[in-house]
Design a protein around this ligand. Structure first.
Ligand code: R2B
Ligand code: URA
Length: 309
């Protein structure tokens, strides 16, 4: 595999704006951000998004809208009428902004997430946003950690047990390291501890799998070619390597943040402990309530940031 160079010069410009190394996009008259359904010319991106400081993403539109409204309330930002969905015409994704917070959904899995993420990175490049920090809030299966707790990721591990995001490019594997920003992860963990939440918070590795069923060693998919014993051996092997949870985007999120020179963090809530089963059996009400836990941790982090300004 072709290795991504780890000694990249810092991509960020001196003023904190995102520096992208792809010169091809500088030569475009107009850049169509197709999945967001706008271009760098159809919206004055610098005027509308130049002040973005925190970017939050996650699977569903509803959750990310809720996060935007939650942050408006926590930061005392008044919203008149319904919150504008900047990507409404796309139908696929939704994007909201309240004050310095940008929130968009990324769907399920690495390909959907990387499309949304790359277009938002370009958008913030055009907007000249300074030093934005990205968070993914999500759901996951826990490994030896209880449902309703919170796991902050240190790195992503792929299905071959490598800490990398491996993408076929022109017929060859392009392998990118998948470590998350250590400082933001540590700070989030400390903020969560200080907040004395009624849920536990863990810092650990995250497996980002390419499938919800066999790819996560489940026995309950329509297809299964492994035994219960093999599943348990695999999950215990993951746990012994420091993996605390399994979701479907961690490797690519970590790798693209690194490649863009942007600090990023992943904060997830386990919906079950995978050492005890495969099916998500809790009630919708319970799951919805648990989904507030990552929002609370990220919200506390952002509020603290402004308190310390
Ligand atoms: C967690 O939950 C989703 C699958 O149910 C996926 O997006 C993920 O990472
Ligand atoms: N999301 C996942 O990817 N896996 C789980 O087990 C639960 C939520």
């Amino acid at each position: 595999a072709q290795r991504h160079p780890t000694n990249l010069p810092l991509l960020k410009n001196e003023d904190g704006t995102i520096g992208l190394k792809n010169r091809n996009i500088l030569n475009l008259d107009e850049d169509v951000l197709y999945h967001l359904a706008f271009t760098n010319k159809s919206i004055d991106l610098e005027a509308k998004f130049g002040d973005v400081k925190f970017v939050c993403t996650g699977g569903t539109k509803e959750r990310l809208k809720e996060f935007a409204l939650y942050m408006a309330q926590r930061l005392g930002i008044k919203i008149e009428g319904d919150l504008r969905d900047w990507a409404e015409k796309s139908k696929r994704f939704a994007m909201y902004k309240v004050g310095p917070i940008l929130a968009f959904n990324h769907g399920i899995g690495i390909p959907s997430m990387t499309i949304a993420l790359q277009e938002v990175i370009k958008m913030l490049f055009y907007a000249k946003a300074k030093n934005p920090i990205f968070f993914r809030i999500g759901t996951c299966g826990g490994l030896g950690v209880e449902a309703g707790s919170v796991v902050i990721s240190k790195w992503g591990l792929n299905g071959y047990l490598n800490k990398s995001y491996d993408l076929p490019v022109l017929g060859k594997t392009y392998s990118m390291p998948s470590f998350l920003d250590r400082r933001v992860a540590q700070e989030l963990y400390l903020v969560a501890k200080e907040s004395k939440n009624d849920f536990q918070t863990y810092l650990g590795g995250t497996m980002g799998s390419e499938d919800f069923y066999r790819g996560q060693a489940r026995l309950d998919g329509p297809f299964c070619n492994h035994t219960k014993e093999e599943k348990m051996t695999f999950l215990k092997e993951l746990a012994s390597r420091g993996v605390k949870n399994i979701e479907m985007e961690a490797t690519a999120f970590a790798a693209l943040m690194t490649e863009a020179g942007i600090r990023g963090a992943i904060v997830c809530v386990p919906f079950l402990n995978r050492l005890h089963g495969d099916q998500v059996t809790s009630t919708k009400e319970q799951l919805t309530q648990w989904e507030n836990n990552p929002m609370k941790v990220v919200g506390d982090y952002i509020v603290k940031y402004y308190e310390n300004q």
